[in-house]
Design a protein around this ligand. Structure first.
Ligand SMILES: [Zn+2]
Length: 51
């Protein structure tokens, strides 16, 4: 049990994935908290990509 409830970023392994709302699609997208990474995960696709 860590101090952070959010899942660790798969890309940089430093930041954490934070949910952000996009219109009505709440929690459909997760963005890495590391500004140098900008990794985005779309839950619907269960896949990740770099923007
Ligand atoms: Zn990251």
């Amino acid at each position: 049990m860590g101090e952070n409830i959010f899942p660790k970023c798969l890309a940089c392994d430093k930041g954490h994935l934070l949910p952000f709302s996009f219109k009505e699609d709440v929690f459909e997208k997760w963005k890495c908290s590391n500004p140098d990474c900008d990794f985005i995960v779309k839950k619907r696709d269960r896949d990740g990509f770099r923007d």
